[in-house]
Design a protein around this ligand. Structure first.
Ligand SMILES: *[C@@H]1O[C@H](CO)[C@@H](O)[C@H](O)[C@H]1NC(C)=O
Ligand SMILES: *[C@@H]1O[C@H](CO)[C@@H](O)[C@H](O)[C@H]1NC(C)=O
Ligand SMILES: *[C@@H]1O[C@H](CO)[C@@H](O)[C@H](O)[C@H]1NC(C)=O
Ligand SMILES: *[C@@H]1O[C@H](CO)[C@@H](O)[C@H](O)[C@H]1NC(C)=O
Ligand SMILES: *[C@@H]1O[C@H](CO)[C@@H](O)[C@H](O)[C@H]1NC(C)=O
Ligand SMILES: *[C@@H]1O[C@H](CO)[C@@H](O)[C@H](O)[C@H]1NC(C)=O
Ligand SMILES: *[C@@H]1O[C@H](CO)[C@@H](O)[C@H](O)[C@H]1NC(C)=O
Length: 464
């Protein structure tokens, strides 16, 4: 960048801050627009002179922007020093100020231990990540007595945005290689032993959250987990982990509702997005997944549990080089229901099971699962405009519904799936699956049973 550009940026920055603060003072608007103005300027690499209102406990919250730069709280950012305390202090200070910004500055790399950032905080808190954040490297560096199931947790926060052009590097490799992980034990076995691995970013019991723009890679376990949250908006994330990294789901949600996930790219070793029990009103669009295990609802109903999932839409997305495309998976023996699911306008590129509904899911470290009669009831699922190619090792559509609780009202329209290799067409597989073909699919799903089942064991079926 040449001098005039820098000058121009700084000038602009000051001008905008000024304009916005006047604006804020005169009309007392919420501070969101101010922040927008700030965020469009990439922040200078060194601690900004106008940043960091020291430890003022928010007394000058009417300043142009209440920026809490972690460097001002003693963070070093050399990638080695433990900067956990600085982050906590910056968080605690920012938490008490309206529309505060916790700034993780560009050009620095911060090593932080497992931490719970707790609310409630004043509304409009922004966690602005421009630099790199990473955990200690692997299980041996994890402090004793600290949970190995989570790294950064945001708890009881209402109205927060996590954003920026920075990187969250999960340093997952040593966790993926634990002997308990698939084929990582002696002679490629999977052996018993400590297996807990941390979710990189967890939001718990929080609401009105926005996560956008970040890059996050190589999580030891799920990259994001949202549980017991509502009003969650995820936009423009880039998530990357090797295709053989175990359990590195991109975004996992459970007991969470009113969610939008969009415009993001995810390459990983497990589900691109997984939707667990208790989720409803979820809108997923313009995603690119793969290699991955596809977009999944489930697994649900494990150990005879009850699961209710409804009103889920996945649209305008691409899934490539993945084990699955759009999947619903339930264990035998569960209760509850999955209903009102739409998969629309999905492009498949060389996907092993583009459309899969599996009510015999069993992932028991080699043990087979006992047959059970109860099942999560699946109904009202639309597969529309799903086109592309499948890996011929499995059928392009597999609808394996429960023996005792059939799936009902599965609708297919404009589904066209061609073999990725050769000319051989693999027949779809169905078991106890009822529904309608609105248009002829390629290949045709002749095995889909028309209309309604003669009898639904309605007493046993819990419709949620
Ligand atoms: C902030 O507001 C207080 C009164 O609300 C005022 O006394 C103070 O000068 C203001 N500070 C700035 C930097 O505008
Ligand atoms: C959600 O949070 C934003 C700030 O991040 C705030 O401006 C907005 O009013 C909140 N919305 C609700 C419904 O609380
Ligand atoms: C879809 O997401 C990509 C990023 O993966 C983005 O570049 C593109 O603009 C988005 N399209 C729309 C219509 O928002
Ligand atoms: C379904 O979810 C969408 C958001 O994804 C929401 O706008 C809509 O109102 C929900 N429908 C019902 C019937 O709740
Ligand atoms: C898992 O199954 C394979 C063959 O299916 C067998 O060779 C192996 O011994 C089994 N491992 C365990 C731990 O049961
Ligand atoms: C479950 O039922 C299927 C089909 O009836 C049968 O092939 C399988 O062996 C049974 N599994 C067990 C564990 O009983
Ligand atoms: C079948 O499912 C669709 C989509 O969810 C729904 O609009 C329709 O009402 C359902 N039909 C019946 C007969 O339940």
């Amino acid at each position: 960048m040449d001098f005039t550009k820098i000058f121009f940026l700084i000038f602009h920055f000051i001008l905008l801050s000024f304009v916005c603060s006047v604006h804020g003072r005169l009309y007392d608007y919420p501070n969101v627009p101010r922040f927008r103005a700030l965020s469009q300027i990439s922040l200078p690499p060194s601690p900004a002179p106008e940043g960091a209102p020291e430890t003022n406990n928010g007394k000058n919250s009417n300043d142009s922007a209440a920026i809490f730069n972690v460097l001002s709280y003693g963070a070093v950012g050399d990638g080695v020093t433990d900067d956990t305390q600085a982050f906590k202090m910056a968080w605690d200070a920012a938490c008490q100020v309206d529309s505060a910004i916790v700034l993780v500055p560009y050009h620095y790399s911060f090593m932080i231990q497992s931490t719970i950032f707790t609310g409630p905080c004043k509304s409009g808190l922004v966690f602005q990540i421009e630099g790199t954040i990473m955990p200690p490297d692997g299980p041996d560096s994890w402090p004793k007595g600290v949970s190995k199931r989570q790294w950064l947790v945001f708890y009881r926060i209402d109205g927060m945005s996590m954003q920026g052009g920075g990187l969250i590097d999960g340093k997952g490799e040593k966790w993926w290689n634990l002997p308990c992980k698939p084929h990582k034990g002696i002679n490629g076995k999977t052996v018993a032993g400590p297996c807990d691995s941390p979710v990189a970013i967890r939001f718990f019991m929080s609401s009105n959250l926005t996560v956008q723009g970040l890059k996050i890679k190589n999580s030891p376990f799920f990259h994001f987990r949202f549980d017991s949250c509502h009003d969650v908006h995820i936009d423009s994330l880039y998530i990357k982990a090797p295709s053989l990294s175990p359990n590195t789901d991109g975004i996992h949600i459970e007991n969470t509702n009113d969610v939008t996930i969009q415009n993001s790219i995810i390459y990983n070793g497990d589900d691109c997005i997984s939707i667990g029990a208790g989720c409803f009103n979820v809108d997923i669009r313009n995603m690119t997944c793969g290699p991955s295990h596809g977009i999944s609802i489930g697994s649900l109903g494990i150990r005879n549990s009850r699961a209710c999932v409804s009103n889920i839409t996945v649209t305008d997305s691409t899934i490539k080089h993945s084990d699955n495309g759009v999947r619903i998976k339930t264990w035998q023996g569960g209760f509850g229901a999955v209903s009102k699911v739409t998969f629309n306008n999905i492009k498949m590129e060389n996907v092993r099971n583009p459309i899969i509904l599996d009510q015999y899911y069993c992932n028991n470290n080699n043990k087979s699962c006992a047959n059970q009669t109860s099942a999560v009831y699946i109904s009202d699922v639309i597969y529309s405009n799903i086109k592309g190619t499948y890996d011929v090792r499995s059928p392009p559509m597999r609808l394996a519904c429960s023996d005792s609780v059939p799936c009902t009202n599965l609708t297919f329209v404009d589904v066209e799936l061609y073999p990725a290799q050769g000319q051989k067409i693999i027949e779809p597989y169905c078991w106890n699956a009822y529904g309608d073909l609105r248009s002829l699919t390629i290949p045709p799903v002749f095995c889909l049973l028309e209309g309604k089942p003669q009898s639904l064991p309605s007493n046993d079926v819990d419709q949620c």
